[in-house]
Design a protein around this ligand. Structure first.
Ligand SMILES: Cc1cc2nc3c(=O)[nH]c(=O)nc-3n(C[C@H](O)[C@H](O)[C@H](O)COP(=O)(O)O)c2cc1C
Length: 347
């Protein structure tokens, strides 16, 4: 089906085809019956218990595709073991001016400067409530990735994160604190120094309160940038352990333009994802594994575009993996390859 639709989707403006795909996935998820995550002999096909959660397989959808939780069941039906929705912010916001999403098909890459366009956390909670009420997710986990509004100063960013946490806490299987989008001015500063301490301390305290209030403790992960230097990785890892954060998602998109040759699209501002990110993301995962030790769960994301790059991410130390750009270019075949096995090389 995807192979039939692909030429049409790639002919349209990227954002139009994104919106159409989310609508189609929303429809695909409707209907009766329990949705079972796929398992198989593929590199990400086996279940795993981690952070107190049972992941039916090790493959997740990365944040940013279903920013408003409009297609959770459709995405689950494609076979993902976990679906991360968001980034969501306390208030709805329009994001940056269009155009803000660019394909580099010859590189299996994307540049985006979306800027956290989303309907706000209350609208997301309403959709997730409906998902929970329908109760059709037979084991597929839902993570919620939270961020700050553009007009919230960095000094008070922690209150945006905790506000989102409060609203979605009872509806999420895990929460991701996004400190690494390059498209919200200053956000990545939160990955170091006093800002890092303040944010991690604040979200950790909020999680303790919420776990008492809801009699349920859910894991808190932090999502980091691939552009961190090796010494920054050590600092982030240390802070994560001190504050009892449960895991790390590495990585978000990169500001680098390595591997794009003389593509004219390379000059667009924003974060780069897909195949050019493969080795950098893998390297950061390896650095985090070393800095965190073997205990802290690590989700590897960035440039997984085939089975070989998925395998390499696990070999670098990831416990789970997520995909975004590879899924855009290859559709459900990449999920099948990683979960069921087969299709080892880029194509
Ligand atoms: C169009 C687009 C929007 C994204 N939006 C978000 C987002 O809102 N929050 C986030 O944490 N990551 C976001 N990401 C980053 C992805 O989740 C992922 O970390 C990154 O794309 C690297 O994975 P990939 O190479 O498989 O695409 C976005 C990526 C793309 C391409």
């Amino acid at each position: 089906m995807f192979s039939l639709l692909r030429p049409l989707l790639f002919h349209l403006d990227p954002e139009v085809s994104h919106d159409l795909s989310i609508a189609a996935l929303g429809c695909y998820g409707r209907g009766p019956g329990i949705i079972r995550a796929h398992t198989g002999p593929g590199v990400a096909g086996q279940p795993i218990e981690l952070m107190g959660l049972k992941f039916p397989n090790r493959l997740g959808l990365a944040a940013g595709l279903d920013k408003d939780a409009q297609a959770v069941e459709g995405l689950a039906r494609l076979g993902f073991g976990f679906v991360e929705v968001g980034t969501v912010t306390p208030k709805a916001q329009p994001g940056n001016d269009k155009p803000r999403l660019f394909r580099l098909a010859e590189h299996q890459a994307i540049i985006n400067r979306m800027g956290f366009n989303n309907h706000g956390v209350v609208a997301m909670a309403r959709r997730l409530e409906a998902v929970r009420r329908r109760n059709r997710l037979g084991g597929t986990l839902v993570g919620v990735n939270v961020g700050k509004n553009k007009d919230t100063p960095l000094e008070t960013a922690v209150s945006d994160y905790t506000r989102c946490m409060e609203v979605v806490y009872p509806l999420a299987d895990y929460l991701t604190i996004n400190l690494s989008s390059p498209n919200t001015p200053g956000l990545r500063q939160l990955q170091s120094g006093d800002d890092l301490e303040r944010v991690l301390g604040g979200v950790a305290t909020s999680r303790e309160q919420l776990s008492v209030q809801h009699s349920r403790r859910i894991p808190l992960l932090v999502k980091v940038a691939p552009d961190l230097h090796a010494e920054d990785v050590v600092e982030v890892a240390r802070a994560i352990k001190i504050h009892g954060i449960d895991g790390v998602i590495a990585t978000n998109t990169t500001l680098s333009r390595q591997g794009l040759g003389d593509s004219p699209v390379a000059a667009q501002a924003g974060g780069l994802s897909g195949a050019p990110l493969t080795s950098l993301a893998r390297q950061k995962v390896a650095e985090f594994r070393q800095a965190l030790g073997v205990q802290v769960p690590l989700v590897g994301v960035g440039g997984i575009v085939d089975v070989a790059s998925g395998e390499a991410m696990f070999a670098a130390g990831a416990d789970l993996v997520q995909i975004y750009s590879g899924f855009i270019y290859q559709g459900p075949a990449l999920i099948r390859g990683l979960v069921a096995g087969g299709q080892r090389h880029r194509g």
